[in-house]
Design a protein around this ligand. Structure first.
Ligand code: TMP
Length: 222
């Protein structure tokens, strides 16, 4: 059986990833393509507990290395429990964030640098890499205002506090943004960069085009 395609969505908080992943899953479903959707951190029972620890504002004193190690602990669990079995069964996996997030946020934002993140990936995840990464990069200003609004709304509605990253300063997000651009420039084959303040439909069109190019069904590209 041919392996499934491993597709990741990346971008700053508030870049529209979650909306787009839902739309892409719907598009795949209409075409009867076996698809699994997951996210990081989270996506497994253990991962959801790690997510809570990572995103809660009370974890303010978390050291950058501890933060990076927890991201990889979550990832190791997700690869073993969800991602690898799905790919082996020929299912396309749509994953909301993967190691590029660690490189951008911990490597760039927290200034740990790329080398240690890539080395940790090699040790923990081995040679598993996405076949395609869709990187959504609307302007920094748009992403930040959307993310902060959404977090305030979510906390008011659910009482759940996932705001630790949104409370970071703009300089942190500028570094995340720049690291994402660096990754896109380094790996243009894998990473499709979708830039600018585009509407939801326009972004979806670009996503579908990139995905369809890589999906081969019954020997034919879709
Ligand atoms: P989410 O809200 O898109 O699920 O992302 C959760 C937060 O975790 C987001 O602010 C980005 C951050 N994050 C990292 O800092 N490093 C990582 O490796 C991952 C996967 C997420």
């Amino acid at each position: 059986m041919p392996r499934g395609l491993f597709i990741t969505l990346e971008g700053l908080d508030g870049s529209g990833k979650t909306t787009q992943i839902k739309r892409l899953a719907g598009w795949m479903e209409k075409r009867h393509l076996k698809t699994a959707v997951t996210r990081q951190p989270g996506g497994t029972a253990t991962g959801d507990r790690i997510r809570e620890l990572l995103l809660d504002s009370r974890s303010a004193a978390l050291a950058p290395m501890a933060e990076m190690a927890l991201m990889f602990a979550d990832r190791a669990q997700a690869v073993a429990e969800v991602i690898e079995p799905a790919l082996a069964a020929g299912t396309t996996v749509l994953c909301d964030r993967f190691t590029d997030s660690t490189e951008a946020y911990q490597g760039g934002g927290r200034e740990l640098g790329s080398a240690i993140v890539l080395e940790m990936h090699r040790l923990v995840v081995g040679d598993l890499q996405p076949d395609l990464t869709l990187l959504l990069l609307p302007s920094l200003e748009v992403s930040l205002s959307r993310a902060r609004r959404r977090n305030d709304r979510q906390t008011a509605q659910t009482g759940k506090d996932e705001g630790r990253f949104e409370q970071e300063q703009d300089a942190f997000y500028r570094r995340v943004w720049e690291k994402y651009r660096e990754i896109a420039a380094r790996e243009p084959e894998r990473v499709v960069l979708i830039e600018g303040n585009l509407g939801i439909d326009e972004v979806q069109e670009q996503i579908v085009e990139a995905v369809a190019e890589r999906l081969v069904v019954g020997g034919k590209t879709l």
